[in-house]
Write a protein that binds this ligand. Structure first.
Ligand SMILES: [Zn+2]
Ligand SMILES: [Zn+2]
Length: 264
């Protein structure tokens, strides 16, 4: 049965791939990545707690993590879309100090979301490690209502509406360490705009539980997953699957607040 978060995400990705054939390829790739991430997380988890840092800053100091990178590159060479597969092959043929530089940069560069293909690849590889380090840090989130991730300081990649009383509260989710924290509903997480007339929300019949929350002040958007409408949704996976909403937002001049794991 699906017990770990990865098993749940994989099962949800399998369901959505059947439901949305246009997203089958991207979800198929995600499933390979998620299986690798699960194995990596479990391997790192078994490393004694004292060897895992509790901070998201500083140099990556995990020989176990770095030693796993070549097998991640091999997986991508075999399963990833062409542009990622080529980068993975080039990286595997380059000296290992160039990998550790790339990984260290991605780990430390909270202010600059990944942009180039190799940065996404490093981001996806480091994600389970960030999740583990954040989990072990036992963050206290009471009273935290800021737009940046309380653990790793990144912009949020996903918003979630969770049932609360008769309505819903909005949470933001970090796409890296997967921290989730509360954030006011009618405020842009990019620039702090509070004027509701400048914060249009778009929906599409195809995804009744998904919303595109836009800001006409800073021209960014974030996709939100409405769990009050679909309690089976998984924020990370449902966000990945709703690719047409990203295309729609881009066509309308909005840039994503923070790209997702697969670079969309
Ligand atoms: Zn984070
Ligand atoms: Zn804004």
């Amino acid at each position: 049965m699906a017990n770990t978060p990865w098993q749940k995400r994989i099962r949800r990705a399998e369901q959505l791939a059947v439901q949305h054939p246009f997203a089958a390829e991207i979800l198929g790739f995600y499933i390979h990545v998620a299986r690798f991430q699960q194995t990596l997380y479990q391997r790192l988890e078994s490393v004694s707690a004292s060897k895992v840092p509790v901070s998201s800053v500083g140099v990556l100091d995990s020989p176990e993590l770095l030693a796993s990178f070549p097998s991640f590159l091999s997986l991508l060479e075999e399963k990833a879309p062409a542009r990622f597969a080529k980068i993975a092959r080039d990286l595997r043929n380059s000296p290992s100090n160039s990998w550790s530089n790339l990984l260290n940069e991605r780990w430390a560069e909270a202010g600059n979301p990944p942009d180039a293909p190799e940065e996404f690849l490093a981001f996806a590889f480091l994600q389970p490690y960030a999740e583990l380090v954040r989990f072990r840090a036992h963050l206290q989130l009471d009273g935290y209502f800021h737009p940046l991730c309380p653990f790793c300081n990144r912009k949020s990649a996903i918003a979630v509406l969770r049932p609360q009383g008769d309505g819903a509260r909005r949470n933001l989710v970090c796409g890296f360490c997967l921290c989730e924290w509360e954030f006011r509903r009618i405020v842009c997480a990019g620039c702090g705009q509070e004027d509701e007339s400048k914060l249009p929300v778009y929906t599409a019949d195809q995804f009744p539980h998904m919303r595109v929350e836009c800001c006409d002040a800073c021209h960014t958007y974030i996709k939100s997953v409405d769990l009050t409408k679909n309690g089976l949704a998984d924020p990370l996976v449902d966000e990945l699957a709703a690719v047409p909403l990203d295309l729609w937002a881009r066509e309308h001049g909005y840039a994503k607040l923070h790209p997702n794991l697969l670079g969309l």
